[in-house]
Each structure stands twice: as structure tokens, then as C-alpha cells.
Design a protein around this ligand. Structure first.
Ligand code: DQA
Length: 139
């Protein structure tokens, strides 16, 4: 059984309601059920916070015992050196994911300060970005 932790950052609690043209109409809780059914060989834990320090605490908590972390850091992707340091500090591989293709959006979204600390990056496939990250981590 692979232990995977999905971590969603700021504003991602509003998935399904927030800018549906960019992020879709599905709530993350609904999508999570689909993922859990599709990957019964994985234990998929889920955590969301709008608070940078809480995201760091969760990374520390699971980062020495889980098999993989799938992190959508939201806007902190573009700003948070503290998240970069947290990812560097742990042993568990982290896959950075984004629902949208950030490179096709505003220029301030073109830079990720966390990518260099991550095992891989998947973006632009809608919620399927999370599934692609799972496939990457379990293979
Ligand atoms: C996002 C992209 C970020 O630029 C944005 O701040 C988000 C969501 C995405 O999943 O596409 O909150 O990470």
C-alpha cells in the first residue's frame, strides 16, 4: 500500500465555485472519491489550507513517512521560499501540480520558486494533473 498525501494550498478549497472557466466545475472532494476508487492500491490522504505555515507543517508531518506528496501550492508556488525549503528538508518526493497551464496565463504565474525542489512538475491537465502525479509516483 503506497501512502500518498495530496496538499492543496490557498483558494483551492473553492474548487468547483472559483473561476470555473479556469479551474472547472468539480469540487476537489468529489474528484478525490474518483481517485480513491481508481487507485485502491494507494492510501490517499488529503489536506487543504490557506495558511502558508500550515502547509509547511503538513509537509514536515508526512515528509519522512509517506511515499509521495502531490502539492498544489496555489499562488504560494510563485512566492514561497519557505515552501521550497520545506520540500528540500524532507525525504518524501514531492510532485508539484497545477490545474491550469500557468505558462499560458499572467507572467507572474510563469515562475515557480518550488519546482527546483520537486521530483517533477505536472500542469495544465485540469484535475487530471493530480492523477498524472499519482501515476508518476507509483511507477
Ligand atoms: C494554480 C495556479 C496558480 O497560479 C494559482 O495561484 C492557483 C491555482 C493551478 O492549480 O492552476 O491558485 O496552482
Amino acid at each position: 500500500m503506497k501512502k500518498l498525501q495530496i496538499i492543496n494550498g490557498p483558494n483551492l478549497n473553492l474548487l468547483g465555485k472559483r473561476e470555473p472557466a479556469v479551474y472547472g466545475n468539480t469540487s476537489f472532494e468529489g474528484y478525490l472519491e474518483v481517485l480513491r476508487d481508481k487507485y485502491p492500491q494507494c492510501e490517499i490522504a488529503y489536506y487543504q489550507s490557506n495558511v502558508e505555515g500550515e502547509l509547511i507543517d503538513k509537509i514536515h508531518e508526512v515528509g519522512f513517512s509517506f511515499d509521495g506528496i502531490i502539492l498544489n501550492a496555489g499562488a504560494y508556488t510563485h512566492t514561497s521560499i519557505a515552501l521550497y525549503d520545506a520540500i528540500k528538508a524532507i525525504e518524501t518526493p514531492v510532485v508539484e501540480v497545477h490545474i491550469s497551464n500557468v505558462h499560458a496565463r499572467e507572467t507572474f504565474r510563469h515562475t515557480s520558486v518550488i519546482s527546483a525542489a520537486c521530483r517533477g512538475v505536472i500542469l495544465g491537465f485540469g484535475l487530471n494533473s493530480y492523477e498524472l502525479a499519482i501515476i508518476g509516483l507509483i511507477n
